[in-house]
Design a protein around this ligand. Sequence first.
Ligand code: JB2
Length: 217
Amino acid sequence: MDTTRTLLLMGGGGHAAVVADAARAAGWTIAGCLDDAADAAATAAVGLLHLGAIDDLARVRVDIDPAAFVHAAHGDPDLRRRWLERVPPDAAATVVHPTAVVSPSARLDAGVFVGPLAIVNARATLETGVIVNSGAIVEHDGHLGAYTHVAPGSVLAGSVKVGPACLIGAGAIVHRGRTIGARATLGAGADAVSDIPPGVRAVGVPARPLVAATEPG
Ligand code: JB2
């Protein structure tokens, strides 16, 4: 195993701290992070050296190690996409915690994160920038569209299809073969027995679309 790989994180908050732990456990050397809002003290609080702003990516990468890998570590899918688009394709790191179980027949694209104790089972496909967070399960033949986040402890049964930029909330369940449309949100603990259309926020058991209160006319 190559234990000399250097990793630079984009983002210096809670998710970056989780990715850093997983990456260290997997043998990466963490150089530090880039973060626009956080200062050195803020990122030091999560154990990360603040190396500059997001715009400093190219310069910092050359300074620390021109061969350094980069991981966009933020919970927001749009920010994660914008950040990852700045990373040279061959430098985008996929980080898998060593306690995760990932099937040899699963496909993980660039910039994916798989957290501690997560399971990604046979023939699952995870597109770029996906997060399968702590203890989540993606069963066989599941498909996760780019930048989707499967939050801790959620379970996607076999052959579930999830569109891009979705959030499957903590502890949610999606039944076998169901489809979650692009940019949909499934609330924490929700039980998706039916398909969830694109853009819809669904909550509860069984999961139903959340209808926003109408403004009084
Ligand atoms: O343009 C920006 C930006 N630039 C840098 N917008 C936002 N919202 N944040 C930006 N940042 C930096 O990302 C902030 O300065 C901060 O240091 C970091 C976000 O940290 P935070 O802990 O708030 O969120 P996170 O994305 O690391 O973690 C979220 O997503 C995870 C998946 C949380 O909801 C976690 O609970 C969750 N596990």
